[in-house]
Design a protein around this ligand. Structure first.
Ligand SMILES: *[C@@H]1O[C@H](CO)[C@@H](O)[C@H](O)[C@H]1NC(C)=O
Ligand SMILES: *[C@@H]1O[C@H](CO)[C@@H](O)[C@H](O)[C@H]1NC(C)=O
Ligand SMILES: *[C@@H]1O[C@H](CO)[C@@H](O)[C@H](O)[C@H]1NC(C)=O
Ligand SMILES: *[C@@H]1O[C@H](CO)[C@@H](O)[C@H](O)[C@H]1NC(C)=O
Ligand SMILES: *[C@@H]1O[C@H](CO)[C@@H](O)[C@H](O)[C@H]1NC(C)=O
Length: 233
């Protein structure tokens, strides 16, 4: 039911700028159709997307019908400041049969599949002019040609923002790396100094012990001298 609410709010949102009475009528009509269990068209849980200029976006749309479809007609239109530009259109003969899609826009590609009731399109290499409302429209002759649509809003954002972000990320990571390096160098220095001092201590010990030996030798020699001296005395 989330998709129903979503599509409903989309339709009312689209028409709010126009005639409120028409919006109310349209919503009432759509709700009436839904309670009957006819065709549903939905752009999914998210009804808008923010994308960078130059990127490629998926404009999602799916349909569902409890009574089944036959020669389901659908199209995608772009609301160009009030005038609707048709981007593509096709007819799905029956469930599971892939439609032959006529595309009227050089950067539009149909990527849907009737196997998954999917009539999504891709819009390649978007520019700021592509910003706005995209309307997914479907009509199922099985239910007296009632019109169904859902609106998907595309917001194009500047690539510069992203560049700034990557720049700050680079600066932060470089700074972090430098600080980390300094810390590592300091730790290594401390360790090296520590071990060098230890080595010095060992050397000192060696010197002390060897000099001690010398002393004992001296002592011994001294004792010998003393011994030699004692008989003399
Ligand atoms: C996106 O817009 C920015 C700023 O207007 C521009 O410098 C950049 O070239 C654009 N990128 C593409 C891929 O069009
Ligand atoms: C779009 O509509 C606004 C007013 O609603 C108008 O000022 C503007 O000139 C229009 N732009 C184009 C390209 O038609
Ligand atoms: C999108 O832009 C790329 C690189 O600029 C280009 O190779 C590709 O053909 C474009 N695609 C369409 C559908 O215009
Ligand atoms: C519709 O098909 C497109 C392309 O295969 C895919 O990316 C998208 O997720 C599909 N949408 C749904 C609702 O299945
Ligand atoms: C559906 O829309 C078409 C125009 O696209 C219109 O001719 C037709 O009368 C509409 N059908 C209904 C039932 O509103």
């Amino acid at each position: 039911m989330a998709s129903v609410d979503n599509a409903g709010s989309n339709v009312s949102g689209r028409l709010r700028s126009g005639d409120l009475l028409h919006a109310g009528l349209a919503v009432a009509l759509l709700l009436g159709v839904w309670t009957v269990g006819g065709l549903e068209v939905s752009t999914g849980k998210v009804s808008s997307i923010e994308a960078m200029n130059g990127s490629t976006v998926l404009l999602p749309c799916t349909y569902s019908s409890c009574i089944g479809i036959k020669n389901l007609y659908f199209n995608w239109r772009y609301n160009d400041n009030g005038t609707l530009m048709k981007l593509c259109e096709a007819e799905i003969p029956m469930e599971g049969v892939e439609p032959r899609v006529f595309v009227f826009h050089e950067r539009v590609e149909f990527v849907g599949s009737s196997k998954s009731n999917n009539i999504s399109i891709l819009l390649w290499n978007i520019t700021f002019e592509d910003q706005g409302e995209y309307i997914c429209f479907a009509r199922n002759p099985k239910e007296k040609n009632r019109n169904h649509s859902a609106v998907f809003t595309l917001i194009v954002v500047d690539q510069m923002k992203e560049v700034d972000n990557t720049l700050t990320v680079i600066i932060v990571s470089v700074l972090g790396g430098v600080i980390g390096l300094v810390i590592i160098v300091m730790v290594i220095k401390a360790l090296v100094v520590h071990f060098l001092l230890k080595d010095d201590e060992k050397n000192k010990e060696c010197l002390v012990s060897s000099s001690g030996n010398d002393n004992t030798e001296n002592g011994l020699s001294g004792a010998k001298a003393d011994n030699k001296g004692t008989p003399k005395a």
